[in-house]
Design a protein around this ligand. Sequence first.
Ligand SMILES: *[C@@H]1O[C@H](CO)[C@@H](O)[C@H](O)[C@H]1NC(C)=O
Ligand SMILES: *[C@@H]1O[C@H](CO)[C@@H](O)[C@H](O)[C@H]1NC(C)=O
Ligand SMILES: *[C@@H]1O[C@H](CO)[C@@H](O)[C@H](O)[C@H]1NC(C)=O
Ligand SMILES: *[C@@H]1O[C@H](CO)[C@@H](O)[C@H](O)[C@H]1NC(C)=O
Length: 385
Amino acid sequence: MKVKRRLPSWVILLVFSTSFGLNVFLYIDKRPASNNLNPMFPRVIPKDDDNDESEGIVAVDEDRQSAVGDRPAKLEEKTKTTMKLHVDVLNRQKVRKTVLRKACSEFNTHPSTDRNLTKEELASLQHTLVIDKYRLLYCYVPKVGCTSWKQLFLVAYGIVDIKERQRSMHKESNSAFKTPGQLEQTEANQKLQDYTNFLFVRNPFSRLLSAYRQKMDGRNPQDRKQCPFCHPVTQWFIETDPEYLKWRNKTQPYSFLEFVRFVIAQKTQNDHWTVQYELCHPCLVEYDFIGKYETVQEDSETFLRSATNDSSLKYPDTDPAKQITNSSSDENMVKYYRTIPNDVFKSLISFFYRDLRLFGYSIPDAITRPHLRLSKLQLKLKELE
Ligand SMILES: *[C@@H]1O[C@H](CO)[C@@H](O)[C@H](O)[C@H]1NC(C)=O
Ligand SMILES: *[C@@H]1O[C@H](CO)[C@@H](O)[C@H](O)[C@H]1NC(C)=O
Ligand SMILES: *[C@@H]1O[C@H](CO)[C@@H](O)[C@H](O)[C@H]1NC(C)=O
Ligand SMILES: *[C@@H]1O[C@H](CO)[C@@H](O)[C@H](O)[C@H]1NC(C)=O
């Protein structure tokens, strides 16, 4: 046997700093919190306490300070940065939950924490996956990196290999994970109470463009294989405006404008462009963690570190779908949204209204239209920024 080599000092430092960060962080989990079913992600306390920043996670910073003591300055700096990131992410959660709660009460609905859901309500949670191994409930939203999340859990369950690209993660996860509606009612409600409930959302304007570019842009609408998603659009035109189809070049791909008109008409529901609140019902069930695609790296890291005790779980650095479509780039947003006339743009704002309001989004700067006479709707959105 070989003689044990001394570990280089940077390894020691790394291990040390990682475990230190983790320990402090896990402390958040163990914090006794009165009146709090899930101390990991403190629930927003109604009304009066909104501005009380001294409560909850912020206090961790002080604990860390006193624990640090005489560690080398550099390491302390590094740990501080990591900790600050986590604390920032968790503090942001507080804001997101407050925004969500306010918007829900504006729509006269309230997430139920102390009420059992009916069978029908449970059945409506079709996008929620029960991940028993980690005691998680994940509501997936297409075009918001859901393939990566599904793959991450499928790999953790040993169902697919990390390098796997061929198999459909959606099919696999549908057979591996149940939805609350597929469980017995008591069990489903129990898990809704006990498990950590999370989702990831995205600015609806960029999500819609991403769906268009991936599913329809540049595809021949007459070729069902090439463009399976085009068929419902064609059907919609046949039903509502057959004249329009007569003069239209039948093999010419549907434009973004044609697609947007179709989506707003809501003729056919499709997961890729159904609004997010209809998929995840954030005013029916209470989410412990609201992640955003725009901050997916830090959100997912903090989330996984705090919600699971498996440090091997890691969200991939880049979302494969993002590289193909690159829809969130300002350049593309401007290019495509420029083709949308004002009246359709206004309808789109109404169509997205709940998603914008509930998840604290506004019209992206790149495509905003200051000259457009702002309706009451949009002024309300401004309020939340
Ligand atoms: C929910 O259902 C469980 C099991 O039937 C029951 O023990 C519990 O009291 C119910 N909770 C509420 C708030 O109704
Ligand atoms: C119809 O559209 C296709 C695809 O864009 C194009 O190749 C073709 O030239 C067009 N035909 C006419 C008559 O414009
Ligand atoms: C932590 O991980 C172990 C083994 O992987 C598992 O048995 C245990 O239930 C986990 N604990 C929690 C709180 O998730
Ligand atoms: C995505 O957009 C950014 C910003 O416009 C650009 O720099 C980058 O090269 C694009 N990536 C791809 C793969 O097109």
